[in-house]
Design a protein. Structure first.
Length: 190
């Protein structure tokens, strides 16, 4: 993330927007279950809110400094922050009841890494688990905001095929002015 993103994602405004707008929309109609995997926690705007909604939250963050700061703040509660890569998750198969990614997917450096993250998320979800995501669409304003940062936008039109290829079912994509949300299920075993 660049300096602007780092600053903005740590503001009270973003925490308020996450709590009051982003999470309610992303979570609408979904049950998190008792153990949530948060992918790309950043400074942790969603982490503490998720900890109010689930018995246990494991927040994964690629950046070591963000993971350490967030861990110092939440470790010891029902949330834990660890440093790791969403494309090679350090968890056993079927560990989580749900997984959520808020503004993280476009920070993966290629479409191939995004697809690996989708497959890894499917792997660590239990049968019946839900994957939820919120991300931004491609556009000049978002490209400017990501100067000196990774910005590999996920095209909403391609999400269904990509998540289906990773093993998910019942994939839905809803678009609003500020971005889009994804909901996908790991089917229950027959």
């Amino acid at each position: 993330m660049n300096r602007y993103e780092t600053w903005f994602c740590g503001t009270r405004l973003w925490r308020w927007m996450t709590r009051r707008q982003v999470l309610p929309w992303v979570l609408k109609g979904s049950e998190l279950g008792e153990h949530v995997l948060e992918l790309g926690a950043g400074p942790g705007a969603a982490t503490e809110e998720l900890a109010h909604l689930a018995a246990r939250v494991t927040s994964l963050e690629y950046d070591h400094a963000f993971a350490a700061k967030l861990g110092a703040r939440v470790n010891g509660s029902n949330a834990t922050a660890i440093q790791g890569d969403a494309a090679t998750l350090p968890f056993a198969d079927g560990t989580f009841s749900s997984a959520i990614a808020i503004l993280m997917l476009h920070h993966l450096r290629s479409h191939e890494l995004q697809d690996r993250a989708f497959a890894e998320t499917w792997r660590v979800l239990r049968p019946g688990g839900v994957f939820l995501a919120f991300d931004i669409r491609d556009g000049w304003l978002h490209r400017v905001g990501h100067i000196r940062s990774t910005f590999v936008p996920v095209a909403p039109a391609g999400v269904f095929a990509r998540l289906t290829n990773a093993g998910f079912s019942k994939v839905t994509v809803d678009i609003q002015r500020g971005g889009f949300r994804i909901r996908a299920l790991r089917a229950r075993e027959a």
